[in-house]
Design a protein around this ligand. Structure first.
Ligand SMILES: [Zn+2]
Length: 117
């Protein structure tokens, strides 16, 4: 008998439950995809952070995996902001607010922006 690599419950003779693995993979795609949309959303950064963390928890996403997904999301958010020509200062400030919500410093945002090709 094995414990599921995701939820930790017994998975019989398998290493994981198919549904757990699927939920985990879906969350890792869903979380970064939220970020560019957050630029024009009215949701407070804290609400956005809570939502992302809630999805991560319910899909057995580990802290390290979440951090990578957030970094990917911040890249997409910066890309979206760089493409837009009509952003308000408040929308630009949102990038830093959202980054801070996930404990990414302003320097991290600068670094990610510098990595854009
Ligand atoms: Zn499971």
């Amino acid at each position: 008998m094995f414990a599921c690599a995701y939820c930790g419950e017994s998975a019989g003779l398998r290493l994981w439950h198919g549904a757990c693995r699927q939920r985990h993979a879906a969350a890792l795609e869903q979380i970064p995809a939220f970020f560019p949309k957050a630029l024009r959303s009215d949701m407070p950064a804290s609400g956005f952070g809570n939502l992302a963390r809630q999805i991560a928890r319910s899909a057995f996403v580990k802290d390290k995996e979440l951090r990578r997904a957030v970094e990917d999301g911040l890249r997409r958010l910066i890309d979206e902001a760089a493409r837009a020509r009509d952003l308000t200062p408040a929308q630009l400030a949102r990038i830093y607010e959202i980054a801070a919500e996930f404990e990414f410093a302003p320097e991290d945002v600068t670094r990610l922006a510098a990595q854009r090709r």
